[in-house]
Design a protein around this ligand. Structure first.
Ligand code: SF4
Length: 446
């Protein structure tokens, strides 16, 4: 748990020598508590103080990394609610294949996972893992499928089997992918630990209840093993939501280390709607890795879009670079539109212009990632600012057009904008981007 300034002060030498550029050790401790200084700036800090502060600065939910490049992350969370600061690492979505599935079905799923890409507000969203489930009881078939899943998709895998032999064989077959091995019982977790360490994977531990999981995690931590995922046996969405909430509160509010790990959850209710509801619950409430039973692009589009919204930083709107964007193949005579650099606004407006079938220029001045009305209210989307941007970018010299379409919500700036941009006529467009196509047909092409 984070230490207060007074707690940190007790760890410092107390000589007030000022070498850290603070007047007193207390002032330096306050900076450390606010994360505005580094303990290394005090040359006299003891090793014990450095170690204590290092541990205190670790996130309450441990960060785990997966994949050959270890760039896929889970955990690392700091807060219970997104609006307290931000959620850090998105719930990883995985799709399951079973070694008893028809061979062509397995191939189709693996290729779909590999190729599926969803573009949203400039971000590329994908399925990040594959779960391989042993239903055949044949250790070699299971390990072969694990190896194939990792090779075809290029993703780390999640290995699920009731057999120690099958798990060890498959863990070895995907060595170097930094994947996940699911222990089928608390006892199995301790049996598997050497193999998991040797092959460089994480271990998902389970148990009949919270106490069983906590006990297993404590024993693994005592052996210095920290690449742990928590996998709870729950029997309804409500129970799962409750369990995830208890676990995250214990980790963040109480600093309870045995529950300070990301979770892994397999979903398979037999109903697409119920699976989706369970996955939505995972994404909104603390899921680390969520495994879906089948590949369904419509379901994935919904879940990935939701996930994008939940895991953006509420203090940093997603924004595009200010600039003048061509839509289609505009010429110097093409119409000119203006909007703000909030990503959602930009992509909706540019999409609606594109849908209308015309080529155009979209002028996007710096608005600190705010939407039209917010930017206008904050004084970031003004007549003077738009005119200055158009002049400074040299856009006037690139086009013959002298008509500019502004969003209907800022109709009030049209007069001032005409005064600021000599020779330009300002047209007031619709308030909603959805009405742009009709506006274009009526006033531009019609
Ligand atoms: Fe205190 Fe260390 Fe700063 Fe000196 S350098 S004032 S001992 S915190």
């Amino acid at each position: 748990m984070a230490l207060t300034g007074l707690q940190i002060q007790k760890l410092l030498p107390g000589t007030n020598c000022k070498e850290c550029k603070s007047n007193t050790c207390l002032a330096f401790a306050m900076k450390l508590a606010a994360k505005k200084a580094d303990i290394k700036e005090c040359p006299y800090a003891s090793d014990e103080a450095k170690a204590t502060l290092g541990l205190a600065n670790e996130p309450p939910v441990k960060t785990l990394s997966f994949g050959r490049d270890r760039k896929l992350l889970a955990g690392g969370e700091l807060v219970l609610y997104r609006h307290d600061k931000t959620f850090v690492n998105r719930t990883i979505l995985a799709v399951a294949v079973r070694d008893t599935d028809p061979a062509d079905g397995i191939d189709r799923t693996l290729q779909s996972v590999r190729d599926y890409v969803l573009e949203r507000v400039g971000e590329t969203l994908t399925v990040e893992m594959v779960a391989v489930v042993d239903c055949s009881g044949d250790a070699k078939a299971f390990a072969d499928l694990a190896s194939k899943a990792a090779d075809v998709t290029g993703r780390p895998v999640i290995l699920r089997s009731g057999s120690m032999e099958a798990l060890k064989l498959a863990a070895s077959a995907v060595k170097g992918t930094h994947s996940v091995v699911c222990a089928p019982s608390p006892e199995a977790a301790e049996t598997l630990i050497d193999c998991v360490k040797e092959e460089g994977h994480a271990l998902a531990v389970t148990g009949a209840d919270l106490d069983a999981v906590i006990g297993t995690v404590a024993r693994l931590r005592d052996q210095g093993f920290m690449d742990i995922l928590l996998c709870f046996e729950t029997h309804s969405v409500a129970e799962h939501l409750q369990t995830n909430t208890i676990v995250r509160r214990a980790a963040i509010r109480d600093g309870f280390k045995p529950l300070g790990f990301p979770t892994l959850h397999f979903i398979d209710t037999g109903s697409l709607m119920d699976d989706t509801t369970a996955a939505v619950t995972e994404i909104t409430r603390y899921g680390g890795i969520t495994v879906l039973p089948t590949f369904d692009p419509a379901q994935l589009a919904t879940l990935l879009t939701l996930r994008l919204n939940i895991f953006t930083d509420p203090q940093k709107p997603i924004q595009v670079e200010p600039g003048v964007y061509p839509i289609g193949e505009p010429t110097p005579q093409s119409p000119v539109f203006v909007t703000t650099n909030f990503s959602l606004t930009f992509f909706i407006v540019s999409g609606e212009i594109e849908n209308s079938g015309i080529s155009a220029w979209l002028v996007v001045p710096e608005c600190e990632g705010m939407s039209v009305l917010t930017a206008w209210a904050a004084g970031k989307f003004t007549a003077a600012g738009i005119a200055k941007f158009i002049k400074e970018t040299g856009f006037e010299d690139r086009v013959d057009t002298r008509a500019l379409v502004i969003p209907g919500y800022v109709a009030g700036i049209s007069g001032e904008l005409e005064d600021s941009l000599a020779g330009w006529k300002v047209m007031v467009g619709p308030e909603e981007a959805a009405d742009l196509e009709g506006f274009i047909k009526q006033f531009i092409t019609g």
